[in-house]
Design a protein around this ligand. Structure first.
Ligand SMILES: [Zn+2]
Length: 683
């Protein structure tokens, strides 16, 4: 297909004719991405040129609105492409990704540095107080203007050219980083036999059997670096030798030498980010990134992280001492190492709370946990999810749901892709194919969730750990944020909010997983159908903050290293040495590695989404702990009045107002970290 023969108004990648506002996935071909991108980029350039060169006086309509609605075809091909690059990639997609990432960066750089376009936005901005704008439009105009300035609109020609080059290179490096980690994860598997897996819980053995079969070794067991196998294996396996092998492979992803090693990628990325910040007049890259967040400055972030770090280390040290004793009782006198922590922590949990994780799992069927997510959404927000069979999506495992309002009208589309496979990157995330807004002809949301649960062998139900069930609720919380959005402007829709606010709807939603009424109804044993015994629920809830020392240390270490990298005016020359030195300076416990070490820290280096931003989860947690406390104060986890406020000011509001104002509108005041410290058991 040549580029000139592509008609964007008819092509399957840009003109979506599937049911429920979806593309017709069956009609898509991977070969089409590259040429369609080419045509869509050119089409967007033409649209932007028409707005910039419009001889009429700039108005909200002919400039801001026209700009927000431009690039529809590019948005469509991009959203399908990035979905595929993350959730179901292949060699061709990876090749296109490496090529398209810098092209897109160049494209958007050129737009933000288009002097004629910026002059029109700037003119509107200058008279913003006298235009009689509603609050949302005013905010969109202000954010748009700031976005242009932060993207270099006020730089001279030399500065603009340099910034564009930096952005392009950063985009390539980000794509390379992610692909390297995926390659290392894919590459590594340790094939085990029956005797190596003796004593492991059934769910884990069946996940490992499935993983082995997928690698052509039917009848054996694959220990892989997928979190859903790695974490339970290092928790439950008595084989210290195998735990150590897996641990080392896991923490060295992206740092194995050869073509997939990320060391140099990271060094270059940090160097370019520091240069970019300087060019734009910021003291550091963190200062640039934090400028439009709730935290605003690196010192505010350290102000939250530092005290939490101290408390978490104390807590972890206490646990470690107890674990050491427990190991000694069993005749193991080695110090608790990184590959021992989860293992002995689990044994300590069993001793203290008289149950183990594997006891909970038979009650946490994936199917019922999905139903619990939907049920909570129904009770809080009055929306219903109806599964639609026979709709082709990007992979046969994907499930499609229609989302309906209380009156039965169409609200949006939800697609979910639950199981791990080697074409999918690790982790769990939410994104959208289309977002909800009313500007122009408007758009209904098409939202998706990607998970990496171990796929069970045929005819067995998928069972989740408590952590995995939480992840399901978490991503579903993001999905609701996208789904329930009631805003005018595309750029204010759903999760387009400040980064340290965006985890509020997701983390808050996790709280409903352990609301007694929800557990009682949905946590049913997969064999007997019996509800989880009251005694087990109580023990599970009592143990909720157990292990918080470990979890908080591994998280905070990652957040602190991320912020320390980016809060300096100059990039460190040898990032991995810098990582080690930073951890040493912080007094990080040797046996607790960072949750994400630098060479595979995708949040921070596979694109810049969470660079100088990993702290956001904890920042949002201060908000979510306090927000859920509001429900607890009413004595009803589904208090209708509070739920209505929550929907209006948080889940439906998107980025239509300042996050602090939104939170105060819901809760009456801003929170202190107290509820978060209690929630984590660190108070
Ligand atoms: Zn999240």
């Amino acid at each position: 297909m040549t580029e000139t023969s592509i008609d964007l108004s008819r092509h399957a990648l840009t003109h979506w004719t599937g049911p429920l506002d979806l593309p017709d996935f069956a009609a898509l071909s991977d070969e089409a991405f590259e040429p369609v991108f080419g045509v869509a980029l050119a089409a967007h350039d033409a649209e932007v040129a028409a707005i910039a060169d419009n001889p009429e006086t700039p108005t909200i309509e002919n400039t801001l609105a026209a700009f927000e609605l431009s690039g529809e075809a590019l948005g469509r091909v991009s959203s399908i492409f990035w979905l595929r690059a993350g959730a179901h990639t292949n060699d061709l997609i990876q090749k296109v990704e490496r090529e398209i990432a810098p092209k897109m960066a160049r494209h958007y750089s050129a737009i933000s540095m288009n002097p004629a376009l910026f002059a029109r936005i700037d003119a509107l901005y200058a008279q913003r107080e006298s235009l009689g704008l509603d609050a949302e439009t005013l905010r969109v105009l202000e954010l748009s203007w700031k976005g242009f300035v932060r993207s270099g609109a006020k730089l001279d020609e030399t500065g603009k050219a340099r910034l564009a080059a930096i952005n392009e290179e950063l985009a390539s490096l980000g794509a390379q980083f992610g692909q390297n980690v995926l390659a290392d994860e894919r590459e590594w598997a340790l094939m085990l036999d029956e005797r190596d897996v003796a004593g492991l819980p059934d769910f884990l053995k069946s996940a490992m059997a499935e993983a082995a079969e997928a690698r052509g070794e039917k009848g054996r067991y694959a220990l892989t670096l997928s979190r859903s196998i790695y974490e339970p294996f290092t928790t439950f396996s008595d084989r210290r030798d195998l735990r150590e092998i897996a641990f080392r492979a896991f923490i060295n992803r992206g740092q194995n030498g050869g073509s997939t090693d990320n060391t140099e990628v990271v060094a270059k990325t940090l160097r370019l980010r520091a240069e970019k910040a300087k060019l734009l007049g910021y003291e550091s890259y963190a200062a640039l990134k934090l400028d439009d967040t709730m935290a605003k400055t690196p010192s505010a972030v350290f102000g939250l992280l530092d005290p939490v770090w101290v408390k978490a280390k104390e807590k972890a040290a206490g646990d470690q001492a107890e674990m050491q004793e427990l190991a000694a009782e069993a005749g193991h006198n080695h110090p608790i190492a990184g590959w021992d922590w989860r293992h002995y922590q689990e044994k300590l949990r069993v001793r203290k709370f008289a149950f183990d994780e594997a006891e909970i799992k038979p009650y946490l069927q994936l199917e019922n946990t999905i139903a619990a997510c939907f049920d909570v959404a129904m009770r809080l927000f009055g929306v219903r999810f109806e599964e639609k069979s026979g709709i082709a999506a990007w992979h046969p495992d994907v499930r499609v749901f229609q989302v309906l309002n209380a009156d039965g009208s169409h609200l949006g589309t939800f697609a979910a892709d639950y199981f791990a496979r080697s074409s999918k990157r690790s982790g769990a995330w939410m994104s959208s194919l289309d977002s909800a807004y009313s500007l122009g002809k408007g758009s209904r949301p098409v939202i998706y969730n990607i998970m990496n649960f171990a796929k069970p062998v045929e005819r067995q139900p998928a069972l989740l750990s408590l952590d995995e069930a939480k992840t399901l609720f978490h991503e579903f919380g993001h999905a609701l944020h996208g789904m329930l959005s009631e805003v005018t402007w595309p750029s204010a829709s759903g999760t387009s909010v400040s980064r340290d606010f965006v985890e509020l709807p997701s983390q808050l939603y996790e709280h409903w997983l352990t609301v007694p009424a929800v557990i009682e109804k949905h946590a049913l044993h997969y064999k007997t159908g019996e509800p989880m015994p009251k005694e087990l629920i109580d023990k599970m809830l009592a143990a909720r903050t157990f292990g918080a020392g470990f979890a908080t240390v591994e998280f905070a270490a990652s957040a602190l290293v991320d912020m320390t990298y980016h809060a300096r005016p100059e990039a460190p020359v040898e990032p991995l040495r810098f990582e080690a030195e930073t951890l040493e300076r912080l007094g990080a416990p040797e046996a607790i590695p960072m949750r994400h070490r630098t060479p595979h820290f995708g949040h921070v280096f596979a694109g810049d989404g969470y660079s100088a931003g990993y702290y956001s989860y904890l920042w949002s947690e201060v908000l979510d702990a306090d927000a859920f406390a509001a429900f607890e104060e009413t004595g009803d986890a589904f208090d209708p009045e509070l739920a209505a406020k929550l929907k209006k000011h948080i889940y439906a509001a998107g980025g239509s107002a300042d996050p602090e104002q939104l939170y105060i509108a819901f809760r009456g005041k801003m929170p202190t970290p107290d509820a978060m410290m209690v929630k984590r058991g660190l108070a």
